[in-house]
Design a protein around this ligand. Structure first.
Ligand SMILES: CCC[C@H](O)CC(=O)SCCNC(=O)CCNC(=O)[C@H](O)C(C)(C)COP(=O)([O-])OP(=O)([O-])OC[C@H]1O[C@@H](n2cnc3c(N)ncnc32)[C@H](O)[C@@H]1OP(=O)([O-])[O-]
Length: 727
């Protein structure tokens, strides 16, 4: 775990070794403490370098260890950082690539820090529901001052080496491996007193307006993730570094750390961390998997259809430094897109520069705008983002089949249509794959990667690799209407319309679901996204509009309950923010501030009267349960059909594409925490009261799990009947 070697005469080297990222377990801590003591008592050693094996310093404490709790009398990370700091011999941290969490805290215990150019630094504990519990909340502010330390600790953001040097977090940076430079530095400082380098002896630098600054900062932190505990606890711990002496600050840090450690939110956030990693590991029934299949290189890509989604996809590809051919159908749309993409790339360039990265869009030859399909003949991948219409998609793929080289992959950004039907028109169905991005595509992390029945494992590996290159989260799912995310979403929104009919209001439901943790309630989301998107899709499905058979009851489709409310709003050109009115009223088309609209309330009253519906008072409990349990119920159905391979995949999709509050883990994790028997009983109750809403009928898979005694979530995939599973 920690090797002890001689780096040079008089310099000992302690190398952390726990592949792949040198995470710090109890065993590692014990080994480190032993080696630090060994160096301290060895009279031939005059200085010590601490570094990490495998080209990394450390990713911090082993997160898996937190689920078993911290036992009394085990060595703490803070005590090892303190042991290093108290040493009379200078300790130099040689930081390669990453120093995160406890890794950085150990480095802060050292008297000097040196790193390679591409190293990154951060205290990301806040993201897993914790705070830096190894002295980081007390040492970092003393070293770099309150504003930056507070920002880093409450957001968990990483800073690159160049910035860390400017902040004073580092003493030196070098181009490559910092090990040799650390040995040189250690030899240079032999015999110098280490007292002035001990951060625990420093004061946190004062600000002239500290109280006002902290007051403002707290307001900002509270806004950052409403309902989430860890940012505020991080704030409280850093604040202690201003007002309390070091030892008391450390006690405060520990007290707050232990409070968070046992919280449900920390459990949920740590689950989300591992869920994202588990769900990337795809595997097909024939045994092909992320381990066995190699991706093909994408040297050049194309995007067809440069509406909002297409533009975002182009920007994502350029950011990943992949040359792109951007194709539109006419000059006017091409020019609009060219301007929008250019502006977006300029904003991205600025943002990346702030992060110490480069994206030189001016010098690069990464982008080629065209109206000519012929320009696609040598690309390795096309992503189609034309209008959501099967006829148009098929026409496009037919053309692509003729023009693109045989080995090119063809991706479709459809959000619900049948991948197999699209693939059937091509001469290479094995190369056709769903690449469902989320709007705005250059910001949102998620890509649902949809496998058609003929999609090859190589196509999957290639798009998964592309997702990684674009710093996105690719999740492989099976082909069905709406795939995973939109199936869950439609169960949820359907309930919101029914509840509206029964007596609730957009304001009430948005408030309840925002209090649950969604950034925006369902009606505000719908206004933002545009009501017309779903409307066009329902027209396409024959649920409304001219294709609806005459005599269809207004509130029923195929014998099931249906709410025409959003259709009626669209018929009144209430598309949401873009038209200045939707579920809410805005001061102008494109306005952002939602106001309650008397017209809508009046309309709802008349609608209920016209359909002989008695308005009733609906409890908050019923609103939450019907919206969330119907969504979760669809998740169980999706699992049983094998559309998603595991509950972690569903949760990752909903966390990264649909704004589910991260501190609640994801819908399936939430279900397991609420308890499956409770969810089943409530669904049964609501289904009985609403026999015409099939989505409230408990999924047979949920019933099976309850009968089996509600096994833990990680066991659910093994309980899906094999003949049903597709993945
Ligand atoms: C007393 C308190 C002390 C302290 O204040 C608390 C902490 O330090 S809290 C910690 C603060 N630190 C953090 O929060 C940093 C968390 N880590 C990260 O953010 C990313 O892993 C990192 C950016 C470092 C690398 O990204 P990448 O290159 O895309 O690689 P990757 O992400 O795929 O990881 C590879 C494998 O390593 C696994 N694993 C990774 N880290 C940990 C861990 N700490 N633990 C356990 N496991 C960890 C990961 O699951 C994966 O396993 P598998 O079985 O192969 O799937």
């Amino acid at each position: 775990m920690a090797e002890y070697v001689r780096g040079a005469p008089e310099v000992a080297v302690i190398r952390m070794c726990n592949p792949p990222l040198n995470t710090i377990s109890d065993v590692m801590l014990r080994a480190l403490s032993e080696e630090v003591n060994r160096a301290n008592i060895d009279p031939t050693v005059k200085a010590v370098v601490i570094c990490g094996a495998n080209g990394k310093f450390s990713a911090g404490a082993d997160i898996r260890g937190f689920s078993v709790g911290i036992e009394k009398n085990t060595l703490s990370l803070e005590s090892v950082a303190a042991l290093i700091e108290k040493s009379e011999k200078p300790f130099v941290a040689a930081i390669e690539d990453i120093a995160f969490g406890g890794g950085l805290e150990l480095a802060l215990g050292c008297h000097y820090r040196i790193a390679n150019m591409k190293a990154q630094f951060g205290l990301p504990e806040v993201k897993i529901g914790l705070l830096p519990g190894g002295g980081g909340t007390q040492r970092l502010p003393r070293l770099i001052g309150i504003p930056t330390a507070l920002d880093m600790i409450t957001t968990g953001k990483y800073v690159p080496a160049t910035e860390a040097l400017k902040l004073g977090l580092l003493d030196e940076i070098v181009e490559e491996n910092p090990f040799e430079a650390a040995i040189k530095l250690a030899r240079r400082i032999l015999g110098q007193p280490v007292g002035p380098r001990r951060l625990s002896l420093k004061q946190t630098p004062k600000l002239p307006n500290m109280e006002a600054f902290l007051h403002e900062a707290l307001l900002k932190v509270k806004k950052q993730a409403p309902g989430c505990l860890s940012p505020e606890m991080c704030f409280r711990a850093v604040e202690a570094s201003v007002y309390l002496p070091f030892a008391e600050g450390i006690r405060k840090e520990k007290e707050l750390f232990l409070l968070l450690l046992t919280s449900d939110q920390a459990k949920a956030l740590q689950y989300a961390f591992f869920a994202e990693r588990i769900s990337k590991k795809w595997m097909l029934p024939n045994g092909a998997s992320w381990k066995t299949v190699s991706p093909q290189p994408i040297r050049k890509a194309a995007v067809i259809g440069l509406g909002t989604m297409g533009q975002g996809i182009v920007v994502s590809l350029v950011k990943a430094k992949i040359p792109v051919v951007a194709l539109e159908k006419d000059k006017k749309h091409l020019e609009i897109a060219r301007k929008a993409i250019k502006a977006s790339l300029e904003r991205e360039t600025l943002r990346m520069q702030q992060k110490g990265k480069t994206l030189d869009i001016h010098k690069s030859k990464l982008l080629h705008f065209t109206l000519d399909f012929g320009a696609l003949k040598d690309v390795d991948l096309v992503i189609e983002a034309v209008f959501e219409d099967m006829v148009l998609k098929k026409e496009t793929f037919c053309k692509l089949s003729e023009i693109c080289k045989p080995e090119a992959f063809l991706g479709t950004n459809t959000s619900c249509l049948d991948i197999d039907e699209i693939a059937s028109i091509t001469n290479r169905p094995q190369q056709v794959i769903g690449t469902h991005f989320f709007s705005p595509a250059h910001v949102m992390k998620l890509i649902e990667i949809i496998r058609g029945q003929h999609t090859s494992p190589t196509a999957i590996a290639t798009i998964m690799n592309l997702a990684k290159m674009m710093d996105k989260c690719g999740i492989v799912v099976e082909n069905c209407f709406g795939f995973v995310g939109n199936r869950l979403l439609s169960s949820y929104t359907e309930q919101t319309y029914f509840l509206l009919e029964e007596g609730s209001t957009p304001e009430e439901m948005d408030k309840i679901l925002e209090e649950f943790g969604f950034k925006l309630g369902p009606f505000k989301v719908s206004d933002l996204a545009g009501l017309d998107v779903g409307w066009k899709s329902r027209i396409g499905q024959g649920l409304t509009g001219v294709n609806l058979p005459l005599g269809t009851p207004p509130r029923q489709r195929d014998g099931k309950r249906y709410s025409p409310l959003p259709d009626i709003l669209c018929e009144n050109r209430r598309y949401g923010q873009k038209t200045g009115k939707g579920w809410y009223l805005y001061d102008k088309p494109g306005g952002k501030i939602a106001k309650s609209d008397p017209w809508l309330h009046n309309f709802l009253q008349n609608y209920r009267k016209a359909h002989n519906m008695t308005t009733r008072t609906i409890t908050q409990e019923e609103i939450l349960e019907r919206c969330l349990y119907s969504l979760v119920n669809e998740g169980f159905q999706i699992l049983s059909e094998g559309i998603a391979s595991c509950p972690e995949a569903i949760d990752t999709i909903y966390l990264n594409g649909y704004g589910w509050p991260r501190h609640k883990g994801g819908p399936m994790f939430y279900a397991s925490e609420v308890g499956l028997p409770k969810i089943l009983t409530k669904l049964q109750k609501y289904a009985e009261a609403n026999p015409d809403i099939p989505k409230l009928q408990p999924s047979p898979f949920l019933q099976k799990l309850v009968t089996l005694g509600s096994p833990p979530l990680k066991n659910w995939p093994s309980l899906v009947s094999p003949q049903q599973s597709k993945l």
